[in-house]
Design a protein around this ligand. Sequence first.
Ligand code: URA
Ligand code: SF4
Length: 205
Amino acid sequence: TGSARDFLPERLSLPTLRSAAAGCHGCPLYRNATQTVFGAGPSSARLILVGEQPGNDEDIAGAPFVGPAGRVLDQALEQAGIARDDAYVTNVVKHFKWERRGSRRLHKKPSAREIGACLPWLEQEIELIRPQVLVCLGATAAQALLGRTFRVTTMRGQLIANDRVPHVLATVHPSSILRQPTSADRRAEMAKFTADLEVVAGVLN
Ligand code: URA
Ligand code: SF4
């Protein structure tokens, strides 16, 4: 079976990676998606934010975290005093995986095989940017980068030393805040998410 590794360009830079990823057939997910959603942000970024995979809006726009989850992320970053434009924002899996529910396309969790197939893109993004801090947004990113036994619930908000990046911090996925049943729950989860990002701001400043 294939992987993104078969599609890596010979000369590695963010622009060559991005254009190579646009033609990636490393797993079957490209078939039902509109386009590859590669990472976005400056190559000089000191912070990388890693989500799971593009959602419906990202699949259409071709950019990461531009939909409802992206708005939650933007708000929390602003409250934590982090400029999103200075960060590099990306996902573990670069194509939108979905199933039809009436007229809607519902997000489906990527499989371990799809995550493994796509990981070479993220590994190269990290290698080229060499950030000071990497934030895993949710369990998919945390387990892909920190191991399958990693638990966000017990380790969130803690700075973790890592062989790839000086500091890694895992927190919840912003869409988990949108799924909270009441506005009081959403407010409480948003405060915790923002507090985790304030830890990140402390390392960056
Ligand atoms: N959720 C993600 O994990 N990534 C996006 O880019 C959008 C929603
Ligand atoms: Fe390639 Fe990743 Fe898309 Fe699969 S999800 S086709 S590995 S870019």
